[in-house]
Design a protein. Structure first.
Length: 122
C-alpha cells in the first residue's frame, strides 16, 4: 500500500483524537449559543442552562473520536502489514463510529470511501 494512504490514515487518527479540542460550530439552547469545543463548554458559566448539555456533547465527541482513532490505528497496523481486508474492515468501523458526528467531523467517511476504491483497484 502506498505511503500516502498510510499517511492519510495516520492524519485521520490524529484529527479524530482531537475532535473535542479543535471542534466545530454547534449551538445550544433557544438562543443558539455557539459552543465549539470541550474547553469552551467547560468554561461556560455554571448558571448557563445548557452548559451540561454542551459539556456532555463534547465529552461524547471526545470519546467517539478516540474510539474511531483506535480503530484507525488497527487499520494503520493492517496496512503496514499488507492485510488490506483487515484495513478496510477497520476503516469501515471508523466511519460507522463517526456517524453521529460525521456531518461536522468529516474524518473517516471520505477516507474510507477513497481507500475502499483504491483497495478494490489494486
Amino acid at each position: 500500500m502506498s505511503e500516502d494512504v498510510i499517511q492519510q490514515v495516520q492524519d485521520a487518527v490524529t484529527r479524530s483524537r482531537k475532535w473535542a479540542e479543535t471542534g466545530w460550530p454547534v449551538t445550544f439552547g433557544p438562543r443558539n449559543v455557539e459552543v465549539s469545543s470541550l474547553s469552551q463548554a467547560k468554561s461556560l458559566p455554571k448558571n448557563f442552562v445548557f452548559r451540561q448539555e454542551a459539556v456532555n456533547y463534547w465529552n461524547q465527541a471526545q470519546l467517539t473520536g478516540n474510539d474511531a482513532a483506535d480503530s484507525g490505528q488497527k487499520a494503520l497496523d493492517a496496512l503496514k502489514n499488507g492485510n488490506f481486508a483487515a484495513a478496510e474492515n477497520a476503516l469501515y468501523f471508523c466511519q460507522f463510529i463517526e456517524k453521529p458526528f460525521a456531518e461536522y467531523a468529516k474524518t473517516w467517511l471520505p477516507l474510507y470511501e477513497a481507500t475502499k476504491e483504491r483497495l478494490s483497484g489494486r
